[in-house]
Write a protein that binds this ligand. Structure first.
Ligand code: NDP
Ligand code: GDR
Length: 372
């Protein structure tokens, strides 16, 4: 039985990857951080009682800022594959905690690679690095592929650039099977609540249930290539099953705006939207940004308002990936469209909003706010 070790197992990708690998008969080990509250909601359904003897899913306390914990866990587990998914993964937050982001997202990867080397596991342990389309930042070529030059635009992306290159370097210097998946944005109902797609589906579901009145957004013109996390973790595994380690861009090859995602979400919920900039004309008719009549919208319908606090000091305006290499060499193609994904996210967030609306109607407090 193969053994895999996942950093970031409590995150969106970590949870889907753990499920996927368990389905392939792996023994799966995950590193979780100590927190003052439980942080395992995404993996509770695959949790196994530590008192069981033949466990196939094992959690270890550790942290990417702590070499000794990483080395100890890797020594104990002797993994065939390590998936380094742990990160301070929020781009906007990286401007506020740049040093911590560098420690986790850049040096964290080095700590793992060094542990593999020091423990003499260069020939045994394969290493996957969660690289990102944010490396392309201020894009130098459209669409972006494996050979497109990088131009990172945030402390997060700069830290990930280090990890990209240290992965290449340890592959070339020490012969470790190490590779980068340069993944474009991927989402799911398990996406963190402060990333834009989840913020939209959760916010609009709350509005539809009368729990919130307004959705405050940043740059709605940003363009992204969004896929489903389930499709993308399959590819992470495929990358470690090849004869030779190589780096791959993983994307859908389709691009949409944040505004478009808001509109799909509203359609799923059957609600009308009123964007800031739209308003009443002098005859009391609701108008769109061009002052034209906006059909189907009446005063009091959902408001989407821009709040500059969600603008970033440097923005990545447009990303569009070219997944041709992954298709040709690995036969990977994404199976879930962005519209299907949006519908799935809305359906899940609506269930939660309905529960919260019920609780609120019965006098209980419910969590509604979103920061960042
Ligand atoms: P999440 O933010 O959902 O998960 C991040 C994980 O990292 C969580 O388990 C988190 O733990 C853990 N983590 C954070 N800091 C540390 C630390 N100091 N030590 C150990 N673990 C830590 O991210 P995703 O699942 O969306 O992404 C997975 C990886 O892929 C990340 O590296 C991300 O940067 C990268 N990526 C993501 C893309 C996407 O669109 N989702 C696209 C390209 C790359 P906790 O639960 O305790 O917070
Ligand atoms: P991103 O994802 O920065 O691409 O990083 P995010 O969903 O945060 O932003 C996407 C785009 O939407 C714009 N935006 C907003 N973003 C947030 N979070 N909140 C808002 O209110 C808002 N309004 C507009 C952003 O400005 C941006 O242009 C994600 C993370 O998962 C990274 O870890 C990963 O590496 C990349 O995707 C690929």
């Amino acid at each position: 039985m193969k053994k895999a070790l996942i950093t970031g197992v409590t995150g969106q990708d970590g949870s889907y990857l753990a499920e996927f690998l368990l389905g392939k008969d792996y023994e799966v080990h995950g590193i979780k951080r100590r927190a003052s509250l439980f942080n395992t909601q995404r993996i509770d359904h695959i949790y196994e009682d530590p008192h069981l003897i033949d466990r196939r899913f094992v959690l270890h306390y550790g942290d990417l800022t702590d070499s000794s914990s990483l080395t100890r866990i890797i020594q104990e587990v002797q993994p065939d594959e390590i998936y380094n998914l742990g990160a301070q993964s929020h781009v906007a937050v990286s401007f506020e905690s740049p040093e911590y982001t560098a420690d986790v997202d850049a040096i964290g990867s080095l700590r793992i690679l060094e542990a593999i080397r020091i423990l003499g596991l260069e020939k045994k342990t394969r290493f996957y690095q969660a690289s990102t389309s944010e490396l392309f930042g201020l894009v130098q070529e459209i669409p972006q592929k494996e050979t497109t030059p990088f131009y990172p635009r945030s402390p997060y992306a700069v830290a990930k650039l280090y990890s990209y290159w240290i992965t290449v370097n340890y592959r070339e210097a020490y012969g470790i099977y190490a590779c980068n998946g340069i993944l474009f944005n991927h989402e799911s109902p398990r996406r963190g609540e402060t990333f834009v797609t989840r913020k939209i589906t959760r916010g609009l579901a709350n509005i539809a249930q009368g729990l919130e009145k307004c959705l405050y957004m940043g740059n709605m013109n940003a363009l992204r290539d969004w896929g489903h996390a389930k499709d993308y973790v399959r590819m992470q595994w495929m990358m470690l099953q090849q004869d030779q380690p190589e780096d791959f861009v993983i994307a859908t090859g389709e691009q949409h705006s944040v505004r478009q995602f808001i509109e799909w979400s509203a359609n799923e919920l059957g609600i009308s939207l009123l964007f800031e900039g739209q308003g009443l004309n002098e005859r009391g008719i609701v108008t769109n940004v061009c002052g034209e009549k906006a059909p189907g919208i009446k005063v009091g319908d959902v408001i989407i308002r821009v709040d500059p606090r969600y603008f970033r000091p440097a923005e990545v305006e447009t990303l569009l990936g070219d997944p041709e290499k992954a298709k040709q060499e690995l036969g990977w193609i994404p199976e879930i469209s962005v519209q299907q994904m949006c519908a799935e996210m809305i359906a899940e967030d609506l269930k939660v909003a309905q529960r919260h609306a019920f609780l609120k109607a019965n006098g209980h407090d419910v969590p509604v706010s979103v920061e960042k």
